[in-house]
Design a protein around this ligand. Structure first.
Ligand SMILES: [Zn+2]
Length: 589
């Protein structure tokens, strides 16, 4: 564990924080001037121009981390810069996001930005709100090792327990953090057998001659969506119960208290209102885009006589997801305490160039090469050609579509599954199925999502698809059969699991996050759906899981949705049918 634990032992005599609000106007002005100077310096560094980097950067970071608190001077006025991320989900390489653009994020770019900030301001804390794991082949293949090594090279100080940190179970996570320099802090998960905390609850950091207490928690919803098997043997404690005794101990010795909270924005707001003494919450889990810090004041009814925190409330920050942004929060300190703050999200796009010898880029490309090597791994065998012709996929249920949907349905334990046809990008030829082929068939990092829907709502959903057949994207299905009567514009003979659809009954519907988020008519299909739950697992993982259970595939049934009243085959996406009554162009996905 390390370095900062040593600091913890010597940090007991930290300066008092009892007089947060006594800073005078002159001191405030001095801090603002200092902040402007610092921000100006960073802007002037020319992040876009590319810089000489290399081992020197790493050495400097390491030496800063080892600075002893007693040696640190305590400047009368100083700025602490907190940089933060959350829900990076193994996105170590730049990625595309349809709504935002191409070539976004990537941890090498993040490292370049962090390095530039560290060069411009000496007092930096680099923190994370959890869910570093799961989401790309870097996690599928390396189970967190690639992520943690890259985070360590960036010089991260601490993170907390995200639900996806437990995707490989607690023992695996503990092993991973034995080799990581970054601390995982979590004050509210205990081993049931011993009552001991699984991870340290908090750590003190010395920056700018001030003592910063950093704690971590995982929220109720995040804990509840963690697979039950991985929660077994551990007790979760409500953060509003776990935190007050710790704050009573830490508050007197800390100039600033920061909570890393993998709970989601709503739970963070409720926590900030109920628990006094938290200056900053760095959130996660809900991928919330908070462009600037949000100040939440304690609710007087809940917290009678609550002691004011540094800002008269709690600053909540969160930086969207996947490391497209890095959050920056500058906090000004004067002799008597906090003077003020400024914060924003910094996009990490192509305007930030990565030096050729960037150690983080080198590390990531090493893992990338291994991924390439391992995509030749054979994960199954296909007895027939499962073709996926462009001109058919939007107007017919194809066997490959049924196969993928069946894998999703079984993976999430649903009654039926559907996905948009365009999320499957290629067929599977007869013969051995490689991991590379799986990535080719399902290249998108969509997760498996479940809903509850009544039979009537499912009938409406299929009715909408039928009424717009040929005009909107096609879908693929499993667990359901029916007839699209295109002449009548109606869906008939709907059966789920072989039995006639019961309008009053609730069914569990499985789909993918892309549709569940409203894309490709998802907002219409699922308008009467309830209990949305994202499993967090990629659809690709569901297919690999299916192949593991069925190493030699059975050919899936064709035409689970039968078409009557009009020829089924449309010549191509975006073109018209070969039959009378031409539908409009199908939106390509
Ligand atoms: Zn999460």
């Amino acid at each position: 564990m390390g370095v900062e634990m040593d600091q913890e032992l010597t940090a007991g005599a930290g300066p008092s924080n009892a007089r947060w609000y006594q800073a005078g106007r002159a001191m405030w002005a001095a801090w603002v001037a200092l902040l402007v100077l610092l921000l100006g310096t960073v802007a002037g560094l020319g992040l876009g121009r590319g810089q000489a980097a290399g081992p020197a950067a790493t050495v400097r970071l390491a030496s800063e981390a080892r600075r002893s608190p007693t040696a640190a001077a305590r400047p009368a006025v100083a700025t602490l810069t907190i940089l933060y991320t959350n829900d990076t989900h193994s996105h170590l390489l730049p990625f595309d996001m349809p709504a935002f653009g191409k070539n976004l994020g990537g941890i090498a770019r993040r490292a370049a930005y962090i390095r530039a900030v560290r060069a411009a301001t000496p007092h930096v804390l680099l923190l994370d709100g959890g869910d570093i794991f799961q989401g790309t082949p870097f996690f599928s293949f390396f189970k967190g090792e690639a992520d943690l090594r890259a985070f360590d090279l960036c010089g991260y100080d601490a993170t907390t327990l995200g639900n996806h940190e437990l995707d490989e179970g607690m023992p695996h996570l503990r092993r991973m953090y034995q080799i990581a320099s970054m601390a995982l802090l979590c004050a509210n998960v205990r081993e049931a057998r011993t009552g001991e905390l699984v991870f340290p609850a908090w750590r003190l950091f010395e920056r700018a001659g001030r003592t910063i207490a950093v704690l971590g928690v995982i929220g109720s919803e995040a804990w509840s969506v963690t697979p039950a098997a991985h929660r077994a043997g551990y007790d979760w404690i409500e953060p509003r119960q776990a935190l007050p005794p710790l704050l009573a101990r830490l508050r007197p010795q800390a100039d600033l208290v920061v909570l890393l909270s993998h709970s989601g924005y709503e739970e963070d707001q409720a926590l900030a209102a109920a628990v006094p003494g938290l200056d900053v919450i760095i959130g996660g889990h809900t991928n919330t885009f908070l462009e600037h810090p949000v100040l939440v004041k304690p609710t007087p009814l809940l917290v009678p006589g609550a002691a004011p925190s540094a800002f008269g409330g709690t600053l909540i920050v969160q930086a969207f997801k996947w490391g497209y942004y890095i959050g920056r929060l500058d906090i000004g300190f004067g002799p008597e305490g906090v003077l003020g703050f400024a914060g924003h999200l910094q996009p990490l796009d192509a305007s930030i160039s990565v030096p050729l010898d960037c150690p983080v880029a080198r590390l990531v490309s090493g893992y990338e090469e291994q991924i390439r090597a391992r995509t030749s791994l054979v994960v199954g065998e296909c007895p027939v050609d499962l073709l996926y012709p462009e001109e058919e996929k939007h107007v017919r249920a194809l066997p490959l579509g049924t196969l993928v949907c069946e894998a999703l349905r079984r993976f999430a334990g649903g009654d039926l599954a559907l996905m948009n046809s365009g999320s499957i990008r290629d067929g599977i030829p007869a013969g051995p199925i490689t991991m590379g082929r799986v990535f080719q068939v399902l290249p998108f990092d969509n997760t498996v999502v479940t809903f509850t829907m009544s039979g009537a709502a499912i009938r409406d959903m299929l009715g909408f698809i039928c009424a717009n057949h040929g005009r909107i994207t096609g879908y693929q299905y499993a667990g359901v059969t029916c007839v699209f009567d295109l002449a009548a514009g109606q869906v008939r003979d709907i059966r789920i699991g072989g039995a006639p659809l019961e309008p009053e009954r609730d069914y569990r519907v499985v789909t993918i996050s892309y549709l569940a988020d409203g894309n490709q008519n998802g907002h219409e299909l699922f308008k009467a759906a309830r209990d949305k739950s994202d499993t967090g697992f990629l659809m690709r993982d569901a297919l690999v899981d299916w192949l593991r259970r069925h190493p030699r595939l059975d050919p899936p049934p064709a035409d689970v949705v039968a078409i009557s009243g009009r020829p089924a085959v449309v010549t191509a996406v975006g073109s018209s049918t070969s039959s009378p009554g031409t539908p409009g162009p199908i939106r390509k996905d």
